[in-house]
Design a binder for this molecule. Structure first.
Ligand SMILES: [Zn+2]
Length: 353
């Protein structure tokens, strides 16, 4: 009985030793195989203590199962650009805006399909090199997510169409139409209407439109005290920042009314207009449409009001024709930048010829 027990004990001991030997052989083979297959990722090879690997690996050759590369985590899930088409002239530069969430700072890269037509820098600024059409891509660093924009380098006439007195119930329709044509405008908003229309304003800004201040309650600034003018500016700055993340970049005083005190208190450039369509007086779609087509020209700053549905519809009616005639609608700030003209805080500008 005792001998039998000793024999059984020895047999178990031998089997255990054999088991350890086989196991350690498998383990070694795994380490060698995985390291050999993916040397560049040897620091991330599946650990030999990984129970999943151990239980599914019966022979050394099965170690090939673990040779697939560990996934490189892409933290950016989606990228979208503010334009599907970017139009510009040779030697001009225009920015594209990429929208994405990047919590772990994966980062993005910009690539031009044909840099001899248009090049792009690491900030998404596109520069026209010669006439033609190409594409610019914005990709996550892992290259798993990307967005593209068609770039047309041609002979375009830059002009700014501006909208006062909103945001209103008609602003959303206007923002959508601008996007459809890959156009941008400057919106001079009345502060007191902003909070109720936060999402439209944010969407408009994300599409590349510019948000300027038109005071808080459409006050005639020249009849106010210095502290009241300050309050009109500051309250509007605060609501705009809460809606889009930045302060208004321009000011248009209501009625175009300003004096030295207004200029002194304005901490951004002030913008008048070169074309008054009188859309607020003539509330007729065809009238507005004709006025826009009649007055369209390089460097103009056209005044409209998105508080009137007739103004919005008249403008939308003019869009295909403006597009066909080679007009490129840009924000006021972009118009000055493209024409290489500086804008100074507190100074009033009337056009950009
Ligand atoms: Zn106004």
């Amino acid at each position: 009985m005792e001998i039998f027990m000793k024999k059984k004990f020895l047999k178990t001991l031998c089997l255990t030793a054999l088991g350890i030997f086989i196991c350690s052989t498998i383990t070694m083979a795994e380490e060698i195989t995985t390291s050999a297959v993916i040397p560049e990722t040897s620091t991330t090879v599946i650990s030999t203590t990984d129970t999943t690997v151990a239980s599914t690996t019966n022979t050394p050759t099965d170690a090939t199962i673990v040779k697939k590369k560990p996934k490189i985590k892409s933290t950016i899930k989606k990228i979208s650009l503010n334009k599907t088409v970017l139009r510009l002239n040779k030697k001009d530069s225009r920015s594209l805006k990429a929208l994405y969430t990047d919590k772990k700072k994966e980062g993005i890269i910009w690539v031009s399909k044909n840099p001899s037509i248009a090049k792009v820098n690491k900030k998404g600024v596109v520069t026209g090199k010669k006439k033609g059409t190409t594409y610019v891509y914005c990709m996550s660093k892992s290259k798993k997510v990307k967005a593209k924009c068609k770039v047309v380098v041609g002979n375009f006439k830059y002009m700014a169409v501006t909208f006062d007195d909103g945001p209103s119930p008609y602003t959303k329709k206007l923002v959508d139409s601008l996007k459809k044509y890959n156009y941008n405008s400057t919106f001079f908003v009345v502060g007191q209407y902003v909070t109720a229309k936060k999402s439209v304003l944010k969407e408009s800004f994300n599409n590349g439109n510019e948000i300027g201040s038109h005071s808080y309650d459409h006050a005639k600034l020249t009849s106010l005290s210095e502290s009241d003018i300050k309050s009109e500016f500051n309250k509007t700055k605060s609501v705009v920042k809460s809606a889009i993340g930045i302060y208004p970049t321009l000011i248009r005083p209501p009625y175009g009314s300003f004096n030295d005190t207004v200029s002194k208190l304005a901490d951004v450039p002030m913008i008048y207009w070169s074309v008054d369509t009188l859309d607020w007086k003539n509330r007729n779609v065809n009238y507005v449409y004709k006025e826009i087509i009649k007055s369209a020209d390089k460097g103009e700053i056209i005044l409209l009001h998105d508080s009137h549905p007739t103004s919005v519809d008249g403008f939308i009616k003019a869009l295909p024709e403006l597009n066909k005639k080679g007009y490129e609608l840009v924000t006021v700030s972009e118009l000055f930048k493209l024409n290489k003209k500086n804008l100074k805080p507190g100074t009033m500008y009337y056009n950009c010829y």
